[in-house]
Design a binder for this molecule. Structure first.
Ligand code: SAM
Length: 133
């Protein structure tokens, strides 16, 4: 599977932990280095490979991934070009899954006059916060 805009590799490592072979890429060399470190520290170097790439122009061949995932990355990129590239590398019949922030504290406060309610909802929906509690 492909983790587009993998950041520090937290999700890529989680995907490896549940059995996927994961290719992750990010435009930031620092993120790629961090992702390699996170995967290695958790024992998943062999199931992960990371590279510096941009969603708008990928080095992978056509149809080479069963699953393509992008977590909180589409709002950073040129969407039409990036989605075309990500679909190019997805095999026919494969699965593409993109998640974007729809709840962040600033937006919640605009949407909802109850900041306490918004804060609670954000905490419940944020995996990293759930780990901490
Ligand atoms: C909000 S972070 C999400 C990181 C990771 N997916 C996660 O959820 O932990 C967005 C990431 O997209 C990367 N990014 C921004 N523009 C990009 C592009 N054009 N191609 C690839 N990655 C990009 C950033 O460097 C950053 O690591």
């Amino acid at each position: 599977m492909l983790d587009a805009g993998c950041g520090e590799g937290i999700y890529a490592t989680l995907f490896a932990a549940i059995g996927f072979d994961v290719a992750g890429f990010d435009i930031s060399p620092n993120c790629v280095e961090a992702a390699q470190h996170v995967a290695a520290a958790n024992g998943f170097s062999e199931r992960t490979r990371f590279s510096v790439q941009a969603t708008e122009q990928l080095d992978y061949p056509d149809d080479c991934f069963d699953v393509v995932v992008g977590i909180d990355v589409l709002h950073h990129v040129e969407v039409a070009t990036s989605v075309a590239e990500l679909l190019r590398v997805l095999r026919p019949g494969g699965t593409a899954l993109f998640r974007e922030f729809v709840e962040v504290p600033a937006f919640d406060r605009v949407r909802d006059s109850s900041s306490q309610k918004a804060s609670t909802r954000t905490t419940l929906n944020t995996p990293r916060k759930m780990k901490e509690s």
